[in-house]
Design a protein around this ligand. Structure first.
Ligand SMILES: NC(=O)C1=CN([C@@H]2O[C@H](COP(=O)(O)OP(=O)(O)OC[C@H]3O[C@@H](n4cnc5c(N)ncnc54)[C@H](O)[C@@H]3O)[C@@H](O)[C@H]2O)C=CC1
Ligand SMILES: CC(=O)C(=O)O
Length: 276
C-alpha cells in the first residue's frame, strides 16, 4: 500500500478504533475514514484519535459508506461481538445482516478496492463478502488465523526464551474453535521446532487449547479483545499488494494435520452453505 492510500474502517467500536490507532502509528496511509451507523461513535472516536494527531502524518476523519466504497482498502469490523462464553459462529445471524447492509451501502465499489474482513465469524463472513460484493475473490480476504498465529509465536517464544520474530509457525483453519497448529512445519531459523527439547516436552494439546481459548479468557476478563487484532491488521496493510492476494503459499502438513484441517474447513463450509 502506498503512503497516499486511503483506508476506511467500517465499525467505530473498540476494534475499529484500535485499528485506526495502530494504522496512525504506522503512518502508512494519508487518510483514515471511520464509518458507523452511530454518528456519536464516529464523532467520539475521531475526537479522541485527533489528540494523537501530533505523532502521525495520517489524518482520521468520519466518512460515509459511499466514500468508503471509493477507498483503496476497507477494513470491516462492524458487527456484534461475543459475550462471555459465546462462540464466534454464534454471531453469524446478526453479523450476516450487518455485512449485507454494509456492502449494499458501499456499492458501487472502486473496482480496485480491497476488502479486509475482521468481524466474526471472520472466515464465514469473508466468503460471504466475496459473493455479496461481486469483486474478484483475490480482493476480498479476512484476517483469518493471523491473530492466532501471533498468539502461538508469543507462547513458543516464551517457552524457548527467544524473540517472537525468530519463531515461524502457523495456526491454520478456522479463526475459532476448530483451528489447528501446524507443528510439523514450524521452525526457528530453519531448525524444526519439534527438534527443540523444550518443545518436545510441551503438552501440545494443552498449548493448542490455550491458543484457541485466549480470546475467551480476555473476553471473560475485560469484555472484548482489540489490541492484538489491531496490530495484525496494521501489519497486513503494510504488506498488501495493490491487487490483493497475489499468491497463496501452501504450508507443508503431516497427514494428521491435513485431516484436522479438512475437518475445520468442512465445519466452516457447512455454515457458509446456509448463506450462499
Ligand atoms: N478477526 C479477529 O481476530 C477479531 C474479530 N473481532 C470482531 O470484531 C467485531 C467488532 O468488535 P468490537 O469492535 O469489539 O465491537 P463494538 O461493539 O465495540 O463495535 C462494533 C461497532 O459496529 C457498529 N455497527 C453495527 N452495525 C453496523 C453497520 N450496519 N454499519 C456500520 N457500523 C455498524 C456499531 O455501532 C459499533 O460501533 C466483532 O464481530 C468481534 O467479534 C474482534 C477481535 C478480533
Ligand atoms: C475476538 C476474537 O476473535 C479474538 O480475539 O480472537
Amino acid at each position: 500500500m502506498s503512503r497516499g492510500s486511503r483506508v476506511a474502517i467500517i465499525g467505530a467500536g473498540s476494534v475499529g478504533a484500535s485499528i485506526a490507532f495502530a494504522l496512525l502509528l504506522q503512518k502508512i496511509s494519508s487518510e483514515i475514514l471511520l464509518v458507523d451507523i452511530v454518528p456519536e461513535a464516529i464523532e467520539g472516536q475521531v475526537l479522541d484519535l485527533s489528540d494523537a494527531n501530533f505523532i502521525s502524518s495520517t489524518r482520521v476523519r468520519g466518512g460515509t459508506f459511499q466514500e468508503a466504497g471509493q477507498c483503496d482498502i476497507v477494513v470491516i469490523t462492524a458487527g456484534a461481538k461475543q459475550k462471555s462464553g459465546e462462540t464466534r459462529v454464534e454471531l453469524i445471524e446478526r453479523n450476516y445482516k450487518i455485512l449485507d447492509n454494509v456492502i449494499r451501502s458501499m456499492k458501487p465499489f472502486n473496482p480496485n478496492i480491497i476488502l479486509l474482513l475482521v468481524a466474526n465469524p471472520v472466515d464465514v463472513l469473508t466468503r460471504i463478502a466475496q459473493k455479496l460484493s461481486g469483486l474478484p475473490e483475490k480482493q476480498v480476504f479476512g484476517s483469518g488465523t493471523f491473530l492466532d498465529s501471533a498468539r502461538l509465536r508469543l507462547k513458543l517464544s516464551s517457552e524457548l526464551g527467544i524473540s517472537e520474530n525468530a519463531v515461524h509457525g502457523y495456526v491454520l483453519g478456522e479463526h475459532g474453535d476448530s483451528q489447528i497448529i501446524a507443528w510439523s512445519s514450524a521452525h526457528v531459523g530453519g531448525k524444526p521446532l519439534l527438534d527443540f527439547p523444550e518443545i518436545q516436552k510441551l503438552d501440545k494439546e494443552a498449548v493448542a487449547k490455550e491458543i484457541a481459548n485466549k480470546a475467551y479468557k480476555i473476553i471473560e476478563l475485560k469484555g472484548a479483545t482489540y489490541f492484538g487484532i489491531a496490530g495484525c491488521v496494521s501489519i497486513m496493510p503494510v504488506v498488501l499488494g495493490s491487487n490483493g492476494v497475489e499468491r497463496v503459499v501452501d504450508v507443508s502438513l503431516s497427514e494428521e494435520e491435513k485431516n484436522n484441517l479438512k475437518r475445520s474447513a468442512s465445519a466452516l463450509k457447512s455454515i457458509c452453505a446456509k448463506y450462499l
